[in-house]
Design a protein around this ligand. Structure first.
Ligand code: NG1
Ligand code: ZN
Length: 548
């Protein structure tokens, strides 16, 4: 009962905020930083329990990603490096909202019994902690430590200021028994990037890309880490702006701003016409590219997550077909399954293009956990949200097959092109962060593929033309009144609403539109696509009225 009194005494120092109900959404708990102390403390307890339950290292990240600087949040990373398993989310909700230490203790005891968690000290709980650059992060990190240490024997390892994907990568590496320090992360990314460049066709010397890359760091953690990465990659011509000195986190800068507003972020201007630019978000798990077509306006050509997905899919499909040439894969009776996973927010033109390439496409609801889970069903599963969050997953089976192929091809004279393709795929599997979407590793893979193919950003962007689209949000009293099905493409509640939406869609050629409740904000989101911008705007507006 040392354990009981420990929880009671420490939790009495973190009273929950009055009159707010928190819920563990698509990205953990997120709110104004001033009300989060108790929530973060309690998630600390949850993380320690999760570590005991899985007998593995767990991650805790304190960040509110692309939200404004006064917000903060906390999310749990599971042993594989992915998000917290969905069946623990209700427990997260209930402890976050327990009004008193006694009720908190009771919930913990019930849950511990239900999950069969034992405190026998055989393998004490261990939690890796990280945070982004938000000023509130320091004291929230302390609260998390207090929560963790209210479980007997549990320890917290503070990884300091890191990107969200770095922390997930570290958790994954630790649990695989691999080296998991930040330097190891930089080393893995830079060596696999170099490996891809060494494998560029025709043995020709790597040509410098047409011009340098300019990166908007969102005034967040990503810019500092990209500097670190640059050090281990001499020859990478990157200029970083919005490093945190120029302005405020996510204010007029960053991937979310650029993707939604489709205009230049702060610190970019007419001098940047034609330059290849990229934007990270506040915790560097989202990446978009853009370029300024004309000096006369700040309107950008956006190269979004769908186009990054397309670039990756084109490259991987190409490598897989090199491997299949001569019936290699048929010969040993194994055929790798390549799948791409999108949400309803994917631009319809991207889905058409991918389908024309003959790719298998799956649709899931919004939220990385759904996309990630689906991608894991393939030998190579590529997923991206239009907003720039995504990655590539490789099955263990496929990776061992590639390793074997690579060894076998070494002894064949004709095998060299195929061997290169196998090596490229192996390098991609090490460069890309398989734990979670990672702007830094994604950026290096984009850069490597562009050099490989000799493509400019314009050539890449021209693979297909985005259909004009409009996203709106409608503030409603109760967003849970909207219930959707079929990967959020159909609203089944309130009754009759889908019929009303369909009637609007029918008025527009190539019209597509759906509504869904947001998982992170108290709004219902409307997305519309049509053949012109005016039509997309008008369709979104009329459906927003229906949703109101
Ligand atoms: P919600 O608020 O559920 O739409 C938003 C993004 C998601 C995802 C989460 C987590 C859109 C339309 N939605 O979710 O894609 O990134 O935030 O941050 O971009
Ligand atoms: Zn983010």
């Amino acid at each position: 009962d040392h354990q009981k009194s420990l929880i009671l005494s420490s939790s009495s120092q973190f009273p929950p905020p009055q009159g707010v109900k928190l819920s563990y959404g698509t990205s953990g708990f997120r709110a104004d930083a001033s009300i989060l102390q108790s929530t973060v403390f309690r998630v600390g307890i949850l993380a320690a329990l999760r570590s005991l339950r899985t007998q593995s290292v767990i991650g805790l990240m304190i960040t509110a990603s692309h939200n404004q600087v006064s917000d903060n949040g906390i999310k749990v990373g599971d042993p594989s490096g992915g998000m917290l398993t969905q069946d623990w989310e209700p427990f997260a909700d209930s402890i976050a909202n327990a009004p008193t230490p006694q009720e908190l203790l009771q919930l913990v005891e019930e849950f511990v019994a239900k999950e069969g968690i034992r405190f026998d000290g055989s393998r004490p709980a261990k939690v890796l902690l990280g945070r982004d650059t938000r000023p509130s992060g320091d004291s929230l990190l302390e609260a998390a430590k207090q929560g963790i240490s209210s479980i007997v024997g549990a320890s917290a390892v503070d990884m300091g200021i890191v990107t969200t994907p770095q922390l997930h990568w570290m958790v994954r590496a630790k649990n695989k028994g691999l080296k998991a320090a930040e330097l190891d992360y930089f080393e893995q990314l830079s060596s696999s990037y170099r490996c891809l460049l060494d494998l560029i066709p025709n043995g020709s010397k790597v040509e410098k890309a047409e011009n340098k890359l300019v990166v908007d760091g969102a005034n967040g953690v990503g810019s500092e880490k990209l500097e670190g990465l640059k050090k281990s990659l001499d020859g990478l011509d990157i200029e970083i702006r919005n490093t945190g000195k120029e302005g405020v986190l996510n204010e007029g800068v960053g991937a979310d701003f650029v993707q939604k507003e489709k205009i230049l972020p702060q610190e970019f201007g007419p001098k940047d016409v034609g330059i290849r630019c990229a934007s990270l978000d506040g915790d560097a798990d989202r990446l978009v590219y853009f370029t300024l077509p004309s000096e006369s306006s700040s309107k950008i050509d956006l190269v979004d997550g769908d186009k990054i997905l397309t670039l990756f899919a084109v490259f991987i499909k190409e490598q897989l077909s090199i491997l299949t040439e001569g019936g290699q894969m048929v010969e040993d009776g194994y055929h790798a399954r390549l799948g791409v996973i999108q949400t309803a927010y994917a631009n319809g033109a991207s889905t058409n293009y991918l389908r024309q390439l003959g790719l298998e496409i799956a649709l899931t609801p919004t939220g990385v956990k759904y996309l990630h889970e689906k991608a894991a069903e393939y030998d190579v599963g590529i997923y991206f949200e239009a907003n720039g969050h995504g990655t590539i997953l490789f099955s263990d089976h496929f990776l061992s097959w590639l390793e074997a192929k690579n060894n076998e091809l070494a002894s064949r004279s004709k095998g060299s092109e195929q061997k290169k393709a196998a090596l490229r795929l192996l390098a991609v599997s090490k460069l890309i962060n398989q734990a979670v979407g990672d702007a830094l590793s994604g950026l290096l893979l984009v850069e490597a593929i562009l050099i490989h193919k000799g493509w400019s950003i314009c050539k890449w962007n021209g693979l297909y033309q985005d259909l004009p689209s409009r996203q709106l949000k409608v503030k409603v009293i109760d967003r849970t009144a909207v219930v959707t099905e079929n990967a959020e493409t159909i609203a089944v509640k309130p009754p009759g609403i889908q019929e009303a939406i369909n009637a609007e869609i029918a008025k527009y050629p190539c019209g597509r539109c759906f509504i869904r409740p947001s998982g992170t904000e108290d709004v219902v989101r409307v997305y519309a696509e049509a053949s012109t911008q005016e039509a997309a705007d008008s369709l979104a507006n009329s459906v927003a009225k229906i949703a109101d």
